[in-house]
Design a protein around this ligand. Sequence first.
Ligand SMILES: *Cc1c(COP(=O)(O)O)cnc(C)c1O
Length: 375
Amino acid sequence: MTTSAPQTNPAERILMGPGPSTVPHRVLRALSCPTLGHLDPQYLAIMDETCEMLRRVFHTKNALTFPVSGTGMAGMECIAVNLLEPGDEAIVCVNGVFGTRMKDVMERCGATVHAIEAPWGETISKEQIGAALDAHPKAKLLGIVHAETSTGAHQSLTGFADLCHAKGAMLIVDAVTSLAGHELHVDDWGIDAIYSGTQKCLSCPPGLAPVSFGERALAAMDGRKTKVQSWYLDVSMLRKYYTNPGAGGGRVYHHTAPINMTYALREALAIVLEEGIENRIERHAIMHRRLRAGLKEMGIAYIPTHSLHTLNCIHIPAGADDATVRRRLLEEYGIEIGSGLGPMAGKAWRIGLMGHGATQRNVDLVLAALLEVLK
Ligand SMILES: *Cc1c(COP(=O)(O)O)cnc(C)c1O
């Protein structure tokens, strides 16, 4: 028997789970372009352009907008470690996996974190935000997940920034599953710091976490009494590399930027801007409605009252075996969907319609495949 070398030759799946989403070939081709040095003027131009495109997609003028090296969780951690110091107070909205994680990450920064809770699948109300800010007037920030991928709940942020700012707190938003899939206006909505990921609605491989910091966040970082506890994610050093210093200024090496991932992100953002952000968001809405209508015909209902377009969290129909159905979808149709998490394990499926994958072809395919497998 000959021993063959391991091969990197994965199947082409249709990724319709909670992320990653299917990556277009254009992005994969960009990823395979020649690697440049991280201080090469050509690379720096690509990086600057990527940051400018991120500003457009975030709808922000924030100068400090760049992709953190690492996945979405690195973005969450980057914001937490830079904005919080030991002894600070924070408020975090907890109604799913990612709110739970945000609380944990912020507690690890030495902050006392007060939770605003809602049942999984529900959203947090403006009244709850107001009451928590009243109860904890020293809170430096309020953290909330815009698109809770674990439950499929779409959190409205309307009026939240005003409530926070009236109490001197910053509004911090997790936009990992909403950026480029749902309406999101960082400046107009008064968001002070935000993070996302590349592998959800941007349809880029996982590996970078776009972040953006506004004026209040800059002031909070300038006012720190202690060093940022993470060397790798310390924005006071990172900004000397990522922020264009202008004529005469130099770029200061911190760590080697993930060069090829930057190519991929730049290409993914170019696709978003070519389609048009508003058109892309509308496409996600249309595909969500198409999927919802098809599921309804099959008698399958949604769990959250306010569902995301990008992540559809549905009840597993009575009599269907969770693992068997998902395995058959993968093996027979090459379709990946997500299982339920935490209290929803065994009770929910999560169908992602993100970025490149939010198409009529995929919606009709997953509906047809489900119908067949559920027979
Ligand atoms: C996926 C996700 C994350 C974490 O991103 P990773 O890329 O897995 O590190 C954080 N928040 C939300 C809402 C997510 O959906």
